[in-house]
Design a protein around this ligand. Structure first.
Ligand code: P6P
Length: 339
């Protein structure tokens, strides 16, 4: 396959709109640079522990901090200087992150989880940066307000993730299909490796933390039980795969099909609406899933239709192959019908 870079792919396949002034390409290229810096340090994490050296220093010349805070610093530093944003939000920051006046602004807004699943780094499990890109319809040259940013996922102009593991892969959509690029460290470029990714219509894998079975609602318990083919009528149950790192579990679902679930939990008040965040986890992954022919739901509602009330709002998440997500929704509506 000829080596196609992200920039080339964007120029060739991006929906050419009159307003396409290359600013989106600048945004994505800065994001990619941040991803390369994070990848470099994530891949050294084990060494830091073993040999004790700090490896690299971060941009402020400080010793490398905890990797998710380091990833957050890298993203904020790089993206503030991209000259195309009027605001950011991060899983690591309670409030909206403004773009300081000394930097030029643009009408894009970036929301991200800098290093999701970072607790898995110590055991060499893949982790990832998840990002969501919106445009500020009220942009007047000044910074975005919180209400400018609290937009439903259906308004995202782009979404994606960078997964750090045996290789570093960037998967993103601009509403024109889903495409994967693998980092070639020898040249420092992400090269097209998975063009036009699509989720199989139906899968054979379900992915959920079964340890929380007793805290789920009835529809979730019923559908998970169905996956196990309890009466043997279907001849074979689904396989259970659960890595415990959202980006890794989603990436497998995107490629192999099936369903990833993080249901609401009636034991832990903090997870009564689910553990995963709407704006920088569920929404960007939902855009990818739908662009790849799949679905993403809370069980009751399409994820992309939810208008956020808070930057860090949590939602239950059922995402993956159309067939399995529809089964979840049918089960929920059956119970709603009985309510
Ligand atoms: P649990 C990692 O901490 C994370 O935020 C996601 O990456 C992952 O999907 C989820 O939590 C795992 O949560 O409760 O199963 O350990």
């Amino acid at each position: 396959m000829p080596q196609v870079t992200v920039t080339e792919h964007l120029l060739l396949h991006q929906k050419q709109s009159p307003s396409a002034t290359g600013r989106f390409t600048m945004l994505l290229n800065e994001l990619i640079l941040a991803g390369k810096i994070i990848s470099r340090d994530v891949n050294k994490a084990g060494l830091v522990d073993i040999v004790g050296f700090t490896g690299t220093e971060n941009i402020q010349g400080e010793k490398v901090k905890k990797l998710d805070r380091f990833a957050n610093e890298v993203l904020i530093h790089r993206m503030e200087r991209a000259g195309v944003l009027c605001g950011m939000a991060s899983e690591e920051n309670a409030d909206l992150i403004p773009i300081r006046d000394k930097f030029p602004k643009g009408d894009y807004m970036l929301l991200f989880d800098p290093l999701d699943g970072s607790t898995n780094i110590d055991v060499n499990i893949n982790v990832g940066t998840i990002f969501s890109i919106l445009r500020n319809k009220n942009f007047d040259g000044s910074g975005a307000s919180l209400s400018d940013m609290l937009r439903p996922g259906v308004e995202q102009v782009a979404a994606g993730y960078i997964m750090y593991g045996s290789s570093t892969i960037l998967v993103y959509t601009t509403g024109n299909g889903v495409h994967g690029f693998t980092l070639d460290p020898s040249v420092g470029e992400f090269l097209l490796s998975h063009p036009n990714l699509t989720i199989p219509e139906k899968g054979k894998i379900y992915s959920v933390n079964e340890g929380y079975w007793n805290y789920w609602d009835k529809p979730t318990q019923e559908i998970v039980s169905w996956f196990k083919d309890p009466d043997g009528k279907r001849g074979a149950p689904y396989s259970l795969r659960y890595i415990g790192s959202l980006v890794a579990d989603f990436h497998r679902t995107l490629i192999y099909g099936g369903i990833f679930m993080y249901p609401a939990d009636n034991r832990d008040p903090a997870k009564s609406k689910g553990k995963l965040r709407l704006m920088y986890e569920a929404s960007p992954l939902a855009m990818l899933a739908e662009q790849a022919g799949g679905m993403a739901s809370t069980g009751k509602r399409r994820i992309l239709d939810i208008v956020p009330e808070d930057l860090h709002q949590r939602v239950p998440l059922f995402i993956g192959s159309r067939d399995e997500v529809q089964k979840i929704q049918e089960t929920y509506s059956k119970y709603a019908g009985c309510a």
